[in-house]
Design a protein around this ligand. Structure first.
Ligand code: S3P
Length: 428
């Protein structure tokens, strides 16, 4: 298995852009496939996860031409996908599997969705249950895991209250609702990322949005669009965190997505004392974006808990990795969901941070990482999880001595040029 040496660095400085947002890219691709006409999506995410969504759509008969970061998708029209005799392989991508399930539930043929070892361990019952209520028949291994066989059918709209705060589940129900008869209403207790709602409106669907409720009339037709994807904040955060680990750093990231349902992590960092400045705000297709500048600073640390952890679920790993570099340490609670991500992120973080000398206490729903701890180089194993690899890399930047990271290629799942950018921007 390949390994990468992680050298400690002195500073991270300069300006860069991060790849297009993964969540938004999935949604634009799926909606373009259901629209009428040819859509063009610029700055499409180079993430392996998004490549899986495109490959699945191609298997379902959608014509897609990609040149670098520009993707042209010829819409198949509402419920216009064709059956695939081969399994639809979502790879490592929960978003591909769950959102596609919503779309396939409304297509009157049988599809099989599968994924890699990690995705096969992740719960699917959460999408199966509402989609069956809408009229699809879905069988999954042990009722909860991939591979799942989806027998699509004409669906009817439902009123659905999300039992877990999950944008993937919300989106699966909304995509099925778009193709169903009648009205679908989704209610969430915590507002999760709303890219699906914004993208539906952009493709011409009418939907009513309340504080926590989305109401969508089914059988609406979508129109092809010319779109551009902002940079991925969840990727940018790893570089911002690097600036907080390395004194004397000063970094600007251009064109980063700043959708308010995604920026809770920036509020937490600012609250801990990170000096950040946002400039050049724009809104494209309903999505806010801008440049983020950050300077290094001592962080206070503190406790992150409560319902809003769902709004920074993907950024909790890097916040934990900052723990040793803070005054009071960082405690994360109410984040049990981390255990069913690409890996058991609580266990994998605890293990790797401890290998570097951090003091970590693990809880069923989170972890506490003590502050003011000098880390040392170690053998690190991200368990094949992209965000674990990048969180380890950030922690290792300020450690004494080199670390060796197993399977560094797994970062391609969301941020293929992460190590290149880090090498370009850091000084040793
Ligand atoms: C995503 C939603 C989140 C997030 C994932 C991407 C999305 O998952 O962790 O990386 O694009 O909708 P959940 O919906 O399971 O919380």
């Amino acid at each position: 298995m390949a390994r990468r040496i992680l050298y400690p660095a002195r500073t991270i400085s300069g300006a860069a852009s991060v790849p297009g947002d993964k969540s938004i890219s999935h949604r634009y691709a799926l909606l373009a496939a259901l629209a009428e006409g040819t859509s063009q999506i610029r700055n499409f995410s180079p993430a392996e996860d998004c490549r899986r969504t495109l490959a699945c759509l191609q298997r379902l008969g959608v014509r897609i031409v990609q040149q670098d970061a520009t993707v042209n998708i010829v819409g198949a029209g509402p419920a216009g996908l064709r059956p695939s005799w081969r399994r639809l392989d979502a790879g490592n991508s929960g978003t591909t599997a769950r959102l596609l399930a919503g779309v396939l539930a409304a297509h009157s043929f049988v599809s099989v969705v599968d994924g890699d070892r990690s995705l096969r361990r992740r719960p699917m019952r959460r999408v199966i249950e509402p989609l069956e209520r809408m009229g699809a028949r879905i069988t999954a291994r042990e009722g909860d895991f991939l591979p799942m066989e989806i027998a699509g059918a004409p669906l009817r709209g439902i009123d659905y209250e999300l039992p877990v705060p999950s944008a993937q589940v919300k989106s699966a129900v909304l995509l099925a609702g778009l193709l169903a008869d009648g009205i679908t209403t989704v209610t969430e207790t915590v507002r999760t990322r709303d890219h699906t709602e914004l993208a539906l409106a952009e493709f011409g669907a009418e939907l009513e949005r309340g504080e926590r409720t989305i109401r969508l009339l089914g059988r609406q037709r979508l129109q092809a669009r010319q779109l551009s994807v902002p940079g991925d904040l969840s990727s940018a955060v790893f570089l911002l965190a690097a600036a907080l680990v390395l004194p004397g750093s000063s970094l600007t990231l251009h064109g980063v997505g700043l959708n308010p349902t995604r920026t809770a992590v920036l509020d937490v960092l600012a609250g801990m004392g990170a000096p950040m400045r946002i400039s050049g705000l724009t809104v494209q297709h309903g999505e806010l974006a801008g440049d983020i500048s950050i300077e290094s600073a001592g962080l206070s640390g503190g406790k992150i808990a409560g319902p809003h952890v769902a709004q920074m679920i993907d950024e909790l790993p890097v916040l934990a990795a900052l723990g040793p570099y803070t005054e009071q340490g960082i405690e994360i609670r109410d984040a049990r969901e981390l255990r069913v991500k690409e890996s058991d992120r609580i266990a994998v973080l605890a293990e790797n941070l401890r290998r570097m000398g951090a003091r970590v206490e693990e809880f069923p729903d989170g972890l506490r990482v003590d502050g003011r701890t000098r880390l040392h180089g170690a053998e690190l194993d991200p368990a094949g999880d992209h965000r674990m690899a990048m969180a380890c890399a950030v922690a290792a930047l300020g450690a004494e001595g080199e670390s060796r990271l197993r399977d560094p290629g797994c970062v391609a799942v969301s941020f293929p040029n992460f190590f290149e950018l880090l090498d370009q921007l850091t000084t040793r």
